[in-house]
Design a protein around this ligand. Structure first.
Ligand code: SF4
Length: 389
């Protein structure tokens, strides 16, 4: 892709590999509110420079292990209460059954999800875990990770904050883990704001988990939820915080930018979603702040127009399941993989399947996990096309 010829001197500096200041980012943002062309050309050029034509996704199966959570975010529809019909506590027999079915579908990733330390709040969760032979949800996740790895899937745990001892155990089976920052703003934790009843979402707690992963050299996925009442400045501060964390340990493998969608059974049901154009501008700004990063948007949250985000510099569609729903956004089915492939190719790009760990972070993972990947891995450390197509 030829280097674009731009009017904007700040964007030209980025194209010439020179950093621009936070102040300059604000200027680019203000300009983009009127005309996005040069920002998007820059974002696309940077994506091409670092990722070439490759757009990745992870073929996954979603294990909704325990959807009780000690916290309460105002936008969350994943969390269940004991009386809810959606309450799920998935025992290891059901995990093994689903894992075997997922293998038949040639899924690669096992996404393991629980709410934040459910046993801290719910007597029933403590009882259930004990009945199944576990002290707490972290111990259960460690066991389930081993189970799914032995079934031929690659676990990626996303269970909120984890302490360093538990992460050390998970490292033996998980090629990556995930924790969303959502936003670093302390303001969002005040009364009436979305994280008021979610102490786990305080940035100091999220940062501790990112730091633990960094110390243990575990590739980690993090990201932001855009449109929950934060300001533009709080979004940019959050992207810079991720950049800083990556500078310290070099293990942030991916940034997910997720657009808030109001859900009917939540406190934020009448809160407006961000406009697509605003969200696209934020995505493109993330690309110019962290040009080499892997940046994902979930296609099921922009189901009619996800391909437009290729113009804003993303290089990944995240986990897509041919088998299980997105339990975090159950109203948003994933598009079919072949449809995503066609839409990616229409933009002149190539869809490839990755492991839960990106190729450039493969050097960090446990040898046992890597050995299990080898039979289905291609020379670029991605999943062989004949396996997933
Ligand atoms: S978003 Fe996560 S931490 Fe917040 S209530 Fe839902 S499950 Fe709990």
């Amino acid at each position: 892709m030829a280097k674009p010829v731009l009017q904007c001197e700040k964007l030209n500096r980025i194209l010439d590999n020179r950093e621009i200041s936070r102040y300059d980012i604000d200027d680019v943002f203000k300009g983009a509110l009127h005309n996005q062309y040069e920002l998007f050309e820059t974002a696309k050029y940077l994506r091409h420079k670092y990722k070439n034509k490759t757009i990745t996704f992870s073929k996954k199966v979603f294990f909704n292990l325990i959807n009780l959570c000690r916290d309460k975010c105002s936008y969350c529809t994943y969390k269940a209460e004991l009386s809810d019909s959606k309450l799920t506590l998935m025992d290891k027999t059901h995990v093994a059954q689903l894992a075997r079915l997922a293998k038949k579908y040639r899924c690669v990733e096992a996404l393991l999800v629980t709410g934040e330390k459910p046993e801290d709040k719910y007597e029933y969760a403590r009882y259930w875990l004990k009945k199944n032979g576990f002290k707490n949800s972290a111990e259960y996740l460690i066991h389930i990770s081993e189970l799914v790895l032995n079934e031929g899937l690659f676990p990626h745990t996303n269970a909120g904050n984890l302490n360093i001892e538990d992460m050390h155990e998970l490292r033996k089976t998980n090629s990556s883990v995930g924790i969303m920052i959502e936003n670093i703003s302390d303001r969002l934790t005040k009364k009436g704001m979305p994280h008021h009843k979610a102490p786990s979402k305080r940035f100091e707690n999220r940062l501790k988990t990112l730091t633990n992963a960094g110390k243990l050299k575990i590739p980690i996925t993090t990201g932001l939820l855009i449109g929950i009442g934060e300001t533009y400045n709080e979004i940019i501060d959050s992207i810079y915080a991720i950049k800083e964390a990556h500078k310290n340990f070099g293990n942030i493998q991916e940034i997910i930018l997720q657009n808030f969608l109001p859900k009917s059974d939540t406190e934020m049901k009448y809160y407006p979603a961000p406009t697509e154009m605003y969200f696209k501008i934020i995505v493109a700004l993330c690309r110019i702040i962290m040009p080499e990063a892997n940046i994902q948007i979930p296609p099921n949250l922009s189901s009619k127009s996800y391909q437009n985000f290729l113009d804003a510099g993303i290089n990944d569609w995240g986990g897509i399941s041919p088998l299980t729903p997105d339990y975090v956004n159950p109203e948003c089915p994933w598009p079919k993989i072949h449809t995503i492939k066609n839409n990616t190719e229409k933009m002149g790009l190539i869809l490839k399947s990755r492991f839960p760990v990106y190729p450039e972070f493969m050097k960090y993972i446990d040898k046992n996990v890597r050995d299990k990947m080898n039979p289905i891995m291609d020379k670029d450390l991605l999943v062989k096309s004949e396996y997933w197509l």
